[in-house]
Design a protein around this ligand. Structure first.
Ligand SMILES: [Zn+2]
Length: 79
């Protein structure tokens, strides 16, 4: 299991993933495909808010109880 956590002033937020795939897809290919299919676009890392650049490799992970999310390489570097 892979976990991400961060401290806020009042508490630590932690999310747990069932699985993570680090080399999911190049962002530009992903975004172009979703645009062609008329699907919702994802421009930012779910966890840190990093705006994906065209050349970025996206990671994908399934949060326990909350479906699939897209992440940047920085957030999954410890996976
Ligand atoms: Zn990130």
């Amino acid at each position: 299991m892979f976990k991400l956590s961060r401290k806020n002033p009042s508490h630590t937020k932690t999310i747990e993933f069932n699985w993570v795939k680090k080399d999911f897809m190049n962002f530009k290919d992903f975004d172009d495909a979703r645009e062609r299919m008329g699907l919702r676009r994802f421009k930012k890392c779910f966890w840190c808010g990093h705006g994906f650049l065209p050349e970025d490799m996206m990671a994908i992970g399934e949060i326990i109880g909350n479906g699939n999310k897209f992440l940047c390489q920085e957030c999954v570097k410890d996976f």
